[in-house]
Each structure stands twice: as structure tokens, then as C-alpha cells.
Design a protein around this ligand. Structure first.
Ligand code: DGL
Length: 265
């Protein structure tokens, strides 16, 4: 891997900012490039090939900017396209896929017979990636997979206060509750923004993979990416494929760092 100053992060929209925020907290002296593929949002209802192609385009874009360390701040892409893209870009880009990187941490504190619920997009649920990776580590843990189609739109369109949104969220979280899940995985990076609503319905431990992801990435890139302690104002470049203003509006309530320099590509 070539030494490189910038970490690229990608997602379909503002969800990935919940991951970027965690990176920024742990590695504030780093330069970041964040790509939100807002034109193709949501990813969760698209086919494997579509998601593969969207993500491949973003990786080629990052390469054109000289960015060779990329974090998939997106469960859906990690679930359905990571292995193909890893093989395609081989030595050119080091990719950190969200799900595959954090699985061991998701089942910490769980014992045989416990139930874990996975909240995720349709594509992630249909891939059974979480279930299969968890079962590889401990097949005595029960995994309940919940397709939460519609949650991404609630976040992107800022519909959190709608009654219709609450009813949809309740219907899904009630499945975790009915199954007595001891832990619930926020298996889509848009979902941490809805956690207060989730907790009102079922007050249990919600696992946000972003924290573990950052810890692993930090450890793995040690010595590869220089942590320039002198950089007081590290740069975060934002790229969107559609409607920068909408992106800024949807991101504002959640991403505390001032978002400027949003480039339309
Ligand atoms: N935030 C992404 C994820 O973690 C994608 C959501 C979507 O666009 O459907 O899965």
C-alpha cells in the first residue's frame, strides 16, 4: 500500500457521515474525502450489479484523486459488492468493508442461546452477510434479520416527526422486541440517527459498528497514513452525485462539523 494522506469514505448519502463523525473524533488530524452517491440513493433496494457498479465508479473517482485507502461507510455495499471490488482493485486500493471488519465486536458480551437482531436494508438482509459471519464465529447465537426498507428515506427526507415514519419504525423494532433480542445491530449507517426513536419502542443495547470500525482501521493503517500532529485544520472534502444543498440540509442535524466545499461530481 502506498503512503497516502487522505482516507476516502463512501455511502449512498448522509448515513456514512455517522461513520465519518467517528473517524473525525478518533483521528482528527487526518484528511478525509467523503463521497455520497445521492443520485443513486437508496442502495438498499437496488440489485447486486447496480450496487457493484455504483461503488466501482466511486472507487475509480477516488483513484483519480490519488486516494488509495477507502472505508465502505455503507453496510449494503459491504454486504453485496465488497469481495468483487476487492478482487477488481487488488493492490490499487486498500478497502475496509464495514460488516466484515466489525463482526467479532458485534457479538461481544453475547452467550450461547442469546438473540441478536440486525436492522438493515433489503439488500443487506437478503445477502445474509451479518447472519452468516456471526454464525461462523458462534452458531449458537440466534440471529433475527429485519428488513427496514423505508428508514433511509426517513433520514434523507428528514421525516422523523411523521406519524407514518413512527408506525413503520415501530413495526420493525417490535420484531426485535418480540424476539427478546439482547442486542440490536444498527446495520445501516443511516440508522444511528434514529436511535432515540428506537429506544422509545424497545430500550435495549444498540450496537453502532462505526466505533469498532474506526479502531480497527486506525490500528491497521498505523505507519501507512501519517498522522500530522501539526495540522490544525485537516481538510474534509465532500463529493455528491446530486443536489449538494439537500445533502447539507439532511446532514446538518447530525454532523456537527461545518460542512462546506460540497462538490457535485
Ligand atoms: N447507509 C447505507 C448502508 O449502510 C446505504 C443505505 C441505502 O442507501 O439504502 O447500508
Amino acid at each position: 500500500m502506498t503512503k497516502n494522506e487522505t482516507i476516502g469514505l463512501l455511502d449512498s448519502g448522509v448515513g456514512g457521515l455517522s461513520v465519518l463523525a467517528q473517524f473525525y473524533k478518533v483521528m482528527p488530524n487526518q484528511n478525509y474525502a467523503f463521497f455520497a452517491d445521492t443520485k443513486n440513493l437508496p442502495y438498499g433496494t437496488k440489485t447486486r450489479d447496480e450496487i457493484y457498479n455504483f461503488t466501482k465508479n466511486i472507487l475509480n473517482f477516488f483513484l483519480s484523486k490519488g486516494i488509495k485507502t477507502v472505508v465502505f461507510a455503507c453496510n449494503t455495499t459491504s454486504a453485496v459488492a465488497y469481495e468483487r471490488l476487492r478482487d477488481y482493485f487488488k493492490d490499487e486500493i486498500k478497502i475496509f468493508p464495514l460488516i466484515q471488519t466489525i463482526i467479532p465486536y458485534s457479538i461481544e458480551n453475547l452467550s450461547d442461546g442469546d438473540t441478536i437482531a440486525i436492522l438493515a436494508t433489503k439488500a443487506t438482509i437478503n445477502s445474509h452477510k451479518y447472519r452468516d459471519e456471526i454464525k461462523k464465529l458462534n452458531n449458537k447465537i440466534n440471529v433475527v434479520e429485519i428488513d427496514c426498507t423505508g428508514f433511509v428515506e426517513i433520514v434523507e427526507q428528514r421525516l422523523y416527526d411523521d406519524e407514518k415514519s413512527f408506525n413503520l419504525i415501530k413495526e420493525k423494532i417490535d420484531i426485535a422486541k418480540k424476539n427478546n433480542a439482547k442486542k440490536v445491530v444498527l446495520g445501516c449507517t443511516h440508522y444511528p440517527y434514529l436511535i432515540d426513536i428506537f429506544k422509545k419502542i424497545y430500550d435495549v443495547e444498540y450496537f453502532n459498528p462505526a466505533k469498532s470500525l474506526v479502531d480497527v482501521v486506525k490500528e491497521e493503517i498505523k505507519g501507512e497514513i501519517s498522522q500530522n500532529k501539526e495540522t490544525k485544520n485537516p481538510k474534509i472534502d465532500f463529493y455528491v452525485s446530486k443536489d449538494p444543498d439537500e445533502f447539507i440540509k439532511s446532514a446538518k442535524p447530525f454532523f456537527k462539523v461545518d460542512i462546506k466545499d460540497v462538490h457535485l461530481v
